[in-house]
Design a protein around this ligand. Structure first.
Ligand SMILES: *[C@@H]1O[C@H](CO)[C@@H](O)[C@H](O)[C@H]1NC(C)=O
Ligand SMILES: *[C@@H]1O[C@H](CO)[C@@H](O)[C@H](O)[C@H]1NC(C)=O
Ligand SMILES: *[C@@H]1O[C@H](CO)[C@@H](O)[C@H](O)[C@H]1NC(C)=O
Length: 314
């Protein structure tokens, strides 16, 4: 989908746009500060979130969305970022919320950033995975994205899937995975999958030196503050929830779930080819996990003596 011009965007917003698109410098069409307003800083066409000894900072999207793709072109804190966590995530809010997280764990100069992903379903998380990256994320902008629809939640780095959380029920219908019932039968419960809750997009930067870097052993060195994460673009292509509707509005659920076409146009993120990875993407995922996965809750038997149901067959 092409980046809309400002004119088109204003029209789209007036129509209740399916796709809200932020070109560089148009962040304020999409997001607003969520706390410590003065720690969200515009710098020309860029947007920075700042952490100093006084505060971190963050933003939240003006709309909520049910299904779509949210992405950020992001350059992480350069140099010494030990203790500093930058997060980019979707959350529906409330006790029973769904949440899809990217958390970027800083490190001392020259040591690798780790990217932690997690999923909360109905308020329950504890699904952490960690990867290192095949590039220096502080040297340039890279695109981090979450695609979510009723069949899967996909975490992507520069279009390479690094993690997929599948709807086991919809998966069962696909012949490619028809045998997964065998191993799955060893666990009693069907894996949970996030239900239709509209999600807002968030980003924040904060001090997490109690746990983030080398298990909390390396603390934030405040003589290197301020720490800044820089955004070139934040964008959501998704079904925008009506501003006046409650989060459980049945009409909105039906509108955003029901068809691949809304009144605003094609909901490409819900088309059939988006219900599972392509063969090429499956190969990319295997490559990313083989070379860059450093932690997976699915195989952490200290934390989970009984393997979580969604992990069966891995
Ligand atoms: C999972 O997939 C099934 C089959 O396509 C569908 O009926 C169900 O609504 C999906 N679950 C969720 C929570 O979206
Ligand atoms: C930081 O660097 C150390 C040393 O290379 C590494 O063991 C660790 O996984 C890195 N990341 C974090 C978050 O500690
Ligand atoms: C929200 O506003 C639209 C347009 O004004 C209206 O059609 C709809 O009924 C409203 N929905 C709710 C839940 O109030």
């Amino acid at each position: 989908m092409a980046v809309a011009s400002l004119g088109l965007m204003v029209v789209a917003v007036l129509l209740g746009a399916a796709a809200l698109v932020a070109a560089a410098g148009k962040f304020d069409e999409v997001v607003q500060p969520s706390w410590a307003n003065d720690h969200m800083v515009y710098d020309g066409d860029l947007l920075k979130l700042r952490l100093d000894a006084n505060s971190g900072g963050g933003f939240v999207s003006k709309n909520k969305f049910l299904y779509g793709k949210a992405s950020a072109d992001l350059k992480l804190v350069p140099g010494d970022s030990a203790g500093v966590v930058t997060a980019f995530y979707l959350s529906s809010g409330g006790d029973k919320h769904n949440e899809y997280d990217f958390e970027f764990l800083g490190n001392v100069t020259g040591e690798p950033y780790l990217v932690q992903t997690n999923l909360y379903i109905d308020g329950v998380g504890n699904r952490e995975q960690r990867i290192d990256l095949w590039f220096d994320p502080t040297a340039d902008f890279h695109t981090y994205a979450v695609l979510w629809n009723p069949s899967q939640v996909v975490f992507m780095v520069d279009d390479t899937p690094i993690r997929v959380y599948e709807n086991a029920t919809s998966r069962r219908g696909h012949h490619r995975h028809a045998s997964s019932g065998g191993k799955g039968a060893t666990t009693s419960s069907t894996p949970a999958f996030p239900g239709p809750q509209p999600m807002a997009l968030y980003s924040s930067i904060w001090n997490a030196d109690d746990w983030a870097t080398q298990g909390g052993r390396v603390k934030t060195d405040w003589s290197h503050a301020p720490f800044e994460a820089t955004f070139r673009e934040v964008r959501v292509d998704g079904c925008a929830w009506a501003g006046n509707a409650s989060d459980s509005d049945a009409g909105e659920v039906a509108r955003c779930t029901g068809s691949s076409w809304g009144k605003e146009g094609r909901y490409w993120w819900k088309e059939k080819e988006m219900s599972e990875l392509s063969v090429h993407q499956s190969h990319q995922l295997v490559w990313a996990r083989a070379h860059h996965l450093v932690y997976d809750y699915c195989v952490d038997t200290d934390r989970f003596p009984v393997q979580p149901p969604e992990c069966a067959g891995r």
